[in-house]
Design a protein around this ligand. Structure first.
Ligand code: MG
Length: 159
């Protein structure tokens, strides 16, 4: 059976925080705020993976009240999620993700994110798609208050 999972995440931007997207640190005066490294792209992909097998959300598996996850690289969380999906008989086929951000320009970093995520997810790079959209100044992302990401995954299972 082929199953599909959808993931969404949104984090506020704050001064003095690194901007980490897909495990890549992007030069920026502001970064995403959160308990972990607040990598909104990796979180959206993790949520999609969990969603594909109806395993709940990231908050359920990695509660932000747990000090073990403070400042943790979200690629590590993603690795754990892939392992969990594997234990449940799922095999990730592909990922398609979009980051919604007003600034900085992300296009120079997308390929590196794709490579980093593919290595983490144990997939060939041509099965990991990372795109970026600007909201043209609209809404909270347009006002640079935060960044969002969305992801779809397909997962093959034996039943
Ligand atoms: Mg998050």
């Amino acid at each position: 059976m082929t199953r599909v999972g959808f993931g969404f995440d949104l984090h506020p931007l704050a001064r003095g925080r690194p901007l980490v997207l897909g495990g890549v640190e992007v030069p920026s005066e502001v970064g995403l705020d959160g308990h972990s490294d607040a990598d909104v792209l990796s979180h959206a992909i993790g949520e999609a993976l969990l969603g594909s097998l109806a395993l709940g959300d990231l908050g359920r598996h990695f509660p932000d009240t747990d000090p073990r996850y403070r400042g943790i690289s979200s690629l590590e969380l993603l690795r754990s999620v892939v392992a969990l999906v594997g234990e449940r008989g799922g095999r990730l086929v592909n990922v398609d993700a979009t980051i919604l951000a007003q600034a900085p320009r992300l296009s120079p970093y997308l390929e590196e994110m794709q490579k980093r995520l593919a290595a983490t997810l144990d997939l060939p790079v041509d099965r990991v798609s990372v795109k970026a959209k600007s909201p043209e100044g609209l809404g909270l992302v347009g006002r640079k208050e935060g960044m969002a990401a969305m992801a779809l995954v397909s997962v093959e299972t034996t039943e």
